[in-house]
Design a protein around this ligand. Structure first.
Ligand code: FAD
Length: 315
């Protein structure tokens, strides 16, 4: 069976859920080989084995993490030259997409970004034009390089015991022209990461700037908090939490939109959520066209009541 490379997305050895999804997808296409860049590979091994990596290629050259993404693309090129994979899967985040684009140029290969599904072939599915069309595509030249959006697959356990192979790479001077001078993790909120969360509670202009009820309801459910652009543009919530065309694309099990009208650009980021609930005081609000459950009411009353009910049921 041919190798399928999966670039591991991790923070200091803690593997992100998107990597479990990529490994699950890789198993449909061939033998999943994880490519791990940076320190902490031993910490990552259990998670990589749990989702079916048969081998882990460890790249520990410090130059790979001291610079911006160019060295990572060069390193992947060298791994691909040796392993001749049937496909390369990378998470669809800002860094992943830049690595993928640079790698595609280096390998003279076709690139497909933002896949929401990948099946044998590999044939990808993308959701385009603000989610109004789905497109099936296939790379026709070189090694297929595919970036895959979060929640494209449900991680399926496979329980392998991957061996680790250290892999030496040489990084050119051209790839070392922009160095990282400082990096700080975002302040921890204690909530799940937006694109990985199973439940998201988002607030819009209807919050009037008070995200307290949105956050309290999210916390009662162990959910992430999202925001519409109107809320972000008003300075009520940071841009990192914006859902939509110019924010994050999410696909949780449950998406709760509170005080959000349902503009097409907001829908583009959340309409593939499995169950959608809206709370809006205007019964004509367009968001009600796509919901599974709708509550017509004032979010400042509905959310605290819902929070109380959830808290009561948990205790
Ligand atoms: P509004 O449209 O003002 O809706 C507020 C809603 O709250 C109303 O339906 C109202 O009835 C309800 N409400 C008011 N008070 C209450 C209350 N007390 N209780 C319950 N309900 C209440 N938008 C995004 O969200 N994400 C994007 O990524 C994005 N990208 C964009 C890109 C482009 C190029 C453009 C042009 C626009 C983009 N937008 C995006 C903006 C988008 O068009 C909308 O303007 C925005 O989504 C509106 O946000 P909103 O629903 O919070 O506000």
């Amino acid at each position: 069976m041919s190798n399928v490379l999966v670039l591991v997305d991790h923070t200091g050895g803690t593997v992100r859920k998107t990597t479990a999804e990529l490994l699950t997808i890789a198993r449909r296409l061939g033998e999943p080989v994880a490519v791990y860049i940076g320190e902490g590979v031993q910490d990552a091994l259990p998670a990589l084995g749990q989702y079916g990596a048969t081998k882990v290629i460890a790249l520990t050259n410090p130059e790979l993490t001291q610079y911006l993404v160019a060295p990572k693309a060069e390193a992947l090129q060298q791994v691909a030259a040796k392993l001749e994979p049937a496909a390369i899967l990378i998470s669809s985040n800002a860094e992943g997409k830049e690595i993928a684009a640079r790698l595609a140029v280096k390998l003279e290969s076709g690139l497909i970004t933002d896949a929401v599904d990948v099946q044998a072939g590999p044939v990808t599915t993308q959701s385009v034009f603000a989610g109004n069309y789905t497109v099936q595509a296939k790379v026709t030249h070189g090694t297929p390089i595919i970036t895959v959006k979060p929640n494209a697959a449900t991680p399926e356990a496979a329980e392998t015991s991957p061996e680790v192979e250290e892999f030496d790479v040489t990084i050119s001077d051209a790839a070392k022209t922009a160095r990282i001078t400082d990096s700080k993790p975002r302040e921890a909120t204690g909530r799940p990461e937006l694109t990985e969360a199973a439940i998201i509670v988002s607030g819009g202009r209807g919050t009037g700037g008070d995200f307290g009820p949105v956050e309290a309801f999210a916390d009662s459910l162990g959910a992430a908090v999202g925001a519409s652009r109107a809320a972000v543009d008003s300075g009520w919530y940071p841009h990192a939490y914006q859902v939509g065309q110019t924010g994050k694309t999410v696909s949780p099990q449950l998406y709760v939109a509170a005080g959000i009208s349902g503009a097409i650009q907001h829908r583009a980021g959340m309409q593939t959520s499995k169950t959608i609930v809206a709370i809006n005081k205007d019964e004509e609000a367009p968001i009600f066209e796509l919901v599974d459950f709708g509550v017509v009411g004032d979010l400042h009353k509905v959310l605290p009541t819902a929070t109380e009910e959830v808290t009561k049921r948990k205790s």
